[in-house]
Write a protein that binds this ligand. Sequence first.
Ligand code: MG
Length: 287
Amino acid sequence: MQGALGQLVDWLALDPATTALLMDFDGTLSEIAGSPELARPMPGVSRMLKTLASLLGVVGVVSGRPLSFLERHLLPSGDLNPEQGGYGSSPGRLVSSSGRLALMGYYGLEGIVDGRRFRDQRGAEWEGVAQAAFEAAVSAAPEAVLVERKPLGVALHWRQAPGSEDSALAAADEVSRRYGLPASRGKMSVELRALPDVNKGSAASRLARECKRVCYLGDDLADLEAFATLDIMGRSGLTSLKVAVGGVELPNEVLARADLHLEGPAAVRDALQHLTAKLDRRRRPAP
Ligand SMILES: [Mg+2]
C-alpha cells in the first residue's frame, strides 16, 4: 500500500481511540449517480463502517442527503435499530467509542448520534418557504433540469440536462432572491437553503468534539465547510487530516485545501478495507 491511500490508513491507525473519521456520501462513499436517488455506497462500505465504528473514536457520515436515505443505505435493515438500542456492544473493542456509526443528514439538521435520533426544530419553520421555493424552481427551470425538494430549500441538478447550466443557474438565482435562500454550488448542481449555519462544518464539529484527531473526506464545495472547521479545530490543538476525493470533477478549491488526494470512491473503499484489516489484526491476541 503506497501513496495517499497508505498515508491515510497509517494516519487513522496511529491512535484510533481518539480519532474521528468523517466522510461525505455522494462522490466519496458512492459514485455520483445520474439521478440522486440512484446513488449507492460502494459494495462492502456499510459493513466496513460498522466495524470501524467499534475500532475508532467516532465514525460518521456527513451529507446533504436526508437522514432517511443515509439510514436506508448505510444501516442495513435488521442490522441496527437505534431507537431500540439495537446496535449491540463490541466485545473486545479497544476504544471508548459507543461503537455506533453516526449519521448526519441534511448537513446535520437531522441525524443519529450515539444511537439517538435528533432533528433541529428550526427546520420546521422553513417548511413552507422550502415548498414554495421548490414549486417556483420547477416552474422556472428548464424541463430537463432535475429539481429536488430539500428540507431547507431546493436543489437544481443539470447532470442529465447538457447545456442547461446557465438557465438552471438563472432560475436558481431568481428563486434565491425571491425566497431569501442563499445559494451554494455543487458539482453540476446548485442548492438554495435556509439556515446556512447548519452545514458540514457544524456537523463535523459536533461529531469530532471529543476526539483529538479528526479526518474528513469529501469531494465537493460543500465539504470546504468541514475543511474550514478542521482548520479552526486545529488551532486549538486538534490534529486534522483533510482528504479530497475524486477525479476530473473534483473542484480545484477542494483539491487545493486538502492534505491528501484519493482518486475516487473505490480508493476510499480500499482505504477503509485496509484500515479495518490493520486494526482488526491489532485486536487479535498475539499467537
Ligand atoms: Mg459529495
